[in-house]
Design a binder for this molecule. Sequence first.
Ligand code: PLP
Length: 453
Amino acid sequence: MSRYSTAQLRQWDRDHVWHPFTQMQDWERDDQIVIEKGEGCWLIDTDGKRYLDGVASMWTNVHGHCRPELNQALKDQVERLEHSTLLGLASEQSIILAARLAEITPPGLDRVFYSDNGSTAMEVAVKMAYQYQAHRGRPERSRFITFRHAYHGDTLGAVSVGGIDIYHATFKPLMFETVQAPSPYCYRCELGCGDNRTCGMKCLEALERIIQEQAGHAAGLVIEPLLQGAGGMIVQPPGFLKGVRALCDRYDLLMIADEVATGFGRTGAMFACQHEDVVPDIMAVSKGIAAGYLPIAATLTTSRVYQAFLGEYSELKTFFHGHTFTGNPLACAVALKSLELFEGDNLLEELQFKISRLNERLDRFRLLSHVGDIRQCGLAAGIELVEDKESRRAYDWELKTGVRVCLEARKHGIFSRPLGNTVVIFPPLVISNDELDLLLDGLYRSIREVTGC
Ligand SMILES: *Cc1c(COP(=O)(O)O)cnc(C)c1O
């Protein structure tokens, strides 16, 4: 039991907490759920009410909440060392984790640069790519190729390479310029291909033309492999990622893969790039790395990139970037234990059954008259709701249809958070079959209740 009443906590929350991505005027008006405990895939509020964590606590949770082995790893580490800096010192846990990450990521990604969250991991990636080009005598290669609907975080560099207007347009004057390619969003293909997938991926051809126009001025290309998450769970057609890698090779661009959401099992492989045997030049990971316990991130790169930064101190080739809590031992210890659990639990193998089950269970949503598109990638899915199925006309965003579905779902004991009109399914990877059914049944009923079909 909390030492404060729910009413008191709510009052202080209203008075003092500014919530992320939240219109606080709406927030203050309602009585909000205050979470106090977690247990497996469940979140428990101050009144003891349980909610199934349908979005894995902002896409981070892997092995469930308060998993005893992870709790123990954290307790053991805190008794030995809570933090020591990587600026001027090495530390045990960060070394071991870096070696493990080099082992499990695509071959060649051997060098690990730590930071604290997905945005910083991407800032590091962008700055690293830019400085790499300068070091190899190509300072004019300064631009980045990005995709529409991309999301790479909220710091200014990460926003610059992003492509979600509703989040990013306000900050345009503060951003550096990028070159945006069409998103491989088949349901709403901007090249007019429709979603029959017989187009031979015109979006790749469009990308190639854009790269050609930028010839000699592009430092790299930034992509969320297989799945544009925050953009609306947009799933790329098979072969797209491999095609992008081939273009980066052909035009000598660094390929930056943002695996912040897709990394650590979400897509059914440890990393999304592995589905298409793609090795990026730079790869960012964060969300699932420490199983949802602590903020930590890593930007991995190849020895080719790394070695371009080596030189005499006076040459100023140093990568001048770093964060105070870089390589935090507590987070590293939990991350290492999490990787052990992946093996001990046979998690990736077990996951294949759940991915199939999710696929089967999603089928009946297709019959609903306001479900326009269903997109699944591993144990992540998006159900795009539309006002008119025939014409694919979207619901007016001000109707907050996605939000209303999620509010309705709470009545069925489910916590979810939509992306616009797309209902998101992104549970902890350890979700049981029964819990998965509960999640999907609750969302199904909520969609029917809100859209009236
Ligand atoms: C969440 C996310 C980020 C940003 O991570 P933060 O930890 O929120 O800064 C970056 N890229 C992708 C693909 C993400 O899903």
